[in-house]
Design a protein around this ligand. Sequence first.
Ligand SMILES: Cc1cc2nc3c(=O)[nH]c(=O)nc-3n(C[C@H](O)[C@H](O)[C@H](O)COP(=O)(O)OP(=O)(O)OC[C@H]3O[C@@H](n4cnc5c(N)ncnc54)[C@H](O)[C@@H]3O)c2cc1C
Ligand SMILES: *[C@@H]1O[C@H](CO)[C@@H](O)[C@H](O)[C@H]1NC(C)=O
Ligand SMILES: *[C@@H]1O[C@H](CO)[C@@H](O)[C@H](O)[C@H]1NC(C)=O
Ligand SMILES: *[C@@H]1O[C@H](CO)[C@@H](O)[C@H](O)[C@H]1NC(C)=O
Ligand SMILES: *[C@@H]1O[C@H](CO)[C@@H](O)[C@H](O)[C@H]1NC(C)=O
Length: 511
Amino acid sequence: MGFCNIILLLSIFGTLPLWIVLLNGYNYYYDYLSSQFEDDPLPVYDFIVVGAGSAGAAIANRLSRNNKVLLLEAGGDPIFPQRIPAFSGPLLHWPQHDWCYKTVPQKYACRGAPNNVSYWPRGKSLGGSSNLNFMLYVRGHPLDYDNWANITGDPSWKYENVLEYFKKSQDYHGIHQNNTKHHAQSAYGNLHIESRNIDDLPLVPEFLQAAKELGFENVDLNGPQKPGFDQFEYVQKKGYRFGTYSAFLNPIMGRKNIRISRYSHVTKIKLDRNNIAVGVWYTRHGVKRFARASKEIIISAGAVDSPKLLMLSGIGPSEHLKSVGVKPRVNLPVGQNLVDHVVTTLPSVIIDKPLTFDPMRDFGLDTIMEYAINGTGFLSLPGAVAAEGFISTENALIEGIKCIFWDVKIMSSGVMDTGSVIMGRPDDPKTVVDSKLRVLHTRGLRVADASIMPVIVNGNTNAPAIMIGEKAADIIRQYWSEQYLVCPQLSTYAFQRKFTQNKCFYSTISI
Ligand SMILES: Cc1cc2nc3c(=O)[nH]c(=O)nc-3n(C[C@H](O)[C@H](O)[C@H](O)COP(=O)(O)OP(=O)(O)OC[C@H]3O[C@@H](n4cnc5c(N)ncnc54)[C@H](O)[C@@H]3O)c2cc1C
Ligand SMILES: *[C@@H]1O[C@H](CO)[C@@H](O)[C@H](O)[C@H]1NC(C)=O
Ligand SMILES: *[C@@H]1O[C@H](CO)[C@@H](O)[C@H](O)[C@H]1NC(C)=O
Ligand SMILES: *[C@@H]1O[C@H](CO)[C@@H](O)[C@H](O)[C@H]1NC(C)=O
Ligand SMILES: *[C@@H]1O[C@H](CO)[C@@H](O)[C@H](O)[C@H]1NC(C)=O
């Protein structure tokens, strides 16, 4: 390593926190202040989507093709440093773009963490948690979805049927391109997925070779998943993060049908006397506002905030709501089945041969040049995540740990929470939404995001959340394509004059 590289390394790493603070702060406050001068949203839209995260961004994109849509997001634009994968870790826990949730002290987990508390980072910007995540593209096992179909009694959730929604959002450029049954460069697909050249991934060839020696083949884990190992595929384009902001919102900024209202924090859903959701209250730059939806409201605020918003609106366990002073409207088990993946951290090893990454040895001007020109190298990797495997076992965690054989502490991952607004059969007491994602005992209200998973998938949750968004948009468009706007003329006579008024409503019957 030359002298110049040492100087560069010191100036970059030595001042890294300063750079992040400056870039973060400048980006955020400029965006926040300038958004004050944007017009306020109109009072009425066809659809209101709450939350522009993994699922919400996809829904808003698809619905606004031929409906008027208001997308309300509590955060602002994603900031530039978030696009560089190596910054994924350092950019967690910033209140400008992270809700910074923490769990209460846990009885049976998080023993290794201070106060037995787990951190739950959740994205707060256009793109939601897809701006914070590690960009791994993993769908989970086909049997996960077949199980959802069983639980809901709705075969449309079977893997062979949801596959079209995974493929619909895919712009696939990974190494399994010839597997066209499972991957697509779809005409609608904006989600750019790519793989790294395996020789650029330190130790991955050795890792895959070791797996082979244990009897696990090298397979495409996204289709169809069989026990085996593979290098990861990333939701990236040329080494830059490609969150749902880049995929679904940036391309439609000029679309007339959609109003993307940032810094708009939704506080309550308005239900009318008949439990029809008619609008939402939200706060934008300190002013409380109301927006009305003539067709539906879709809640995509994520596995923590979707149940919270329902409960603030009186939809949840009645006794609990009463105890905290919220007037109960619809008694449902909201927030009762929250499930997260367990994770465990292993000590990392740094080997004295140029196999793993050692910043003092490997970071230099060429690292930056390589990333700037080719989009590869250390800066394109979200930490040290490069390969994975799935094994078939009765007790995944124990076997997994045995498989790796280390002294471990078990934590809640804090990043893949699901199941807080569970989908199921309407007669099952656990159910909050039916298989068409409608909140039971209400009308015009659906929830579509990671919170509806009846059982957590065995992989990561970003691709499934986007799939849920795609499917929700299709369910909704299908439903409304069968409705007619009926406007019977109601006439009244007074003072020998006839007054005619149109009273419009939607119906499946055309008159
Ligand atoms: C650190 C981290 C790493 C991860 N790594 C991976 C990975 O590598 N691969 C993977 O597949 N998954 C990963 N995940 C999980 C995955 O990113 C999430 O499961 C997925 O993004 C959830 O999508 P969602 O649509 O349910 O919610 P989110 O994407 O969280 O979207 C919710 C949106 O709603 C907004 N919102 C919330 N409340 C309100 C309100 N009241 N008013 C207005 N807006 C509101 C939020 O600001 C947010 O933008 C990771 C997650 C984290 C946090
Ligand atoms: C954390 O959990 C352990 C084991 O149950 C317990 O001994 C300890 O007191 C807990 N710490 C806190 C701060 O709750
Ligand atoms: C779904 O139910 C069918 C019939 O009961 C059963 O054969 C099948 O194994 C179930 N599938 C899953 C994934 O649970
Ligand atoms: C794709 O190509 C690989 C090797 O190039 C081959 O092993 C595999 O069978 C092919 N898959 C399909 C679906 O054609
Ligand atoms: C970019 O990639 C090409 C082809 O792999 C390689 O020859 C070149 O050295 C790389 N450039 C940098 C700056 O790393």
